[in-house]
Design a binder for this molecule. Structure first.
Ligand code: GUN
Length: 289
């Protein structure tokens, strides 16, 4: 069965329209726009690009966005203090610290300083614990985007084999838990796993988040599977490549392209999380975005 490509840009645009309507209603009811503060430390060009995209997307949806750009020489205490102060402001609903942080700053120590109720990246241990223990909370954006793409193609994971390749705190672990929350039978593979090929061959849903272009071969895909490729590695030719060989499209029922698949969903779900945090902080029932 040939793949139909999942258009992440289209699904993300739909989420952003819902965010725009929710932000307008929030402003009417509370007299202020939802606020998102992004902390960017250092000079990593890719991080600067991602953060510009987040700021632009927020403002387009009626969210007040502000970026704090800190020098690479900033100390861990300076970053922690900024993050803690943002968590004391009434007009701040979402706080995001762009990763990676410069070497010498312990990302975990910084993430710990974020107020969990404004942790729109879902990376604070309180939100990670809420996810692991099946309680409501802010969920990490890329995994939430993956789940939204499964919804968009109408794929019910209940009872199906899901394979997650990658075990990062940002994507692999949370997406595995979110699949489990929906009753999938979940396997997590990683760099020490043996026989990735046979694990892939029995997966009905495959989420690959490693950052090794072409790691998963097309012939490893079970016919009719749904393939979500989170990898984005820029090659010497300047083109982005995913972790799954594009020939997988010949076997999958649905597959995300790179670029234009999972990537746009990360920003859209960040905005949706900001809406959720804003409504909850104001004592309002959050709408579904
Ligand atoms: N760096 C790459 N992806 C992400 C993300 O989703 N959140 C943060 N904070 N940093 C990132």
């Amino acid at each position: 069965m040939p793949a139909r490509w999942i258009d992440g840009r289209e699904v993300a645009a739909c989420v952003r329209r819902a965010v725009g309507a929710a932000a307008a209603r929030f402003s009417e009811r509370t007299g202020r726009a939802p606020g998102l503060e992004v902390v960017l430390v250092g000079d990593d060009p890719a991080s600067h690009l991602y953060v510009r995209n987040k700021e632009r997307a927020a403002v387009e949806c009626g969210i007040r966005g502000h970026v704090h750009r800190l020098a690479a020489t900033s100390t861990q205490d300076e970053v922690r203090t900024l993050v803690a102060r943002l968590g004391e402001r009434d007009d701040v609903d979402g706080i995001l610290v762009q990763l990676p942080l410069p070497s010498g700053i312990d990302a975990r120590a910084v993430l710990d300083a974020i107020d969990p109720e404004r942790d729109v990246d879902g990376l604070h241990p309180v939100n990670a614990g809420r996810l692991a223990s099946g309680r409501p909370g802010l969920r990490p954006c890329t995994p939430a985007g993956c789940m939204r793409l499964l919804d968009a193609v109408g794929f019910d994971v209940r009872g199906r084999h899901a394979l997650v390749v990658g075990r990062s705190a940002l994507v692999g672990k949370p997406v595995a838990l979110m699949l489990l929350e929906r009753d999938a039978t979940v396997t997590i593979a990683h760099s020490r796993s043996t026989d990735l090929e046979s694990l892939c061959k029995r997966a009905d849903v495959l989420v690959v988040a490693v950052g090794r272009p072409g790691l998963v071969r097309g012939s490893w895909i079970r016919p009719g599977a749904v393939v979500l490729d989170v990898g984005t590695t820029r090659g010497a030719d300047g083109k982005l490549r995913g972790d799954v060989d594009p020939s997988a499209a010949e076997h999958a029922a649905w597959m995300t392209p790179v670029p234009g698949g999972v990537g746009p969903m990360t920003v859209a779900m960040l905005l949706a999380n900001t809406i959720e945090a804003a409504y909850r902080r104001a004592g309002l029932e959050p709408p579904t975005c």
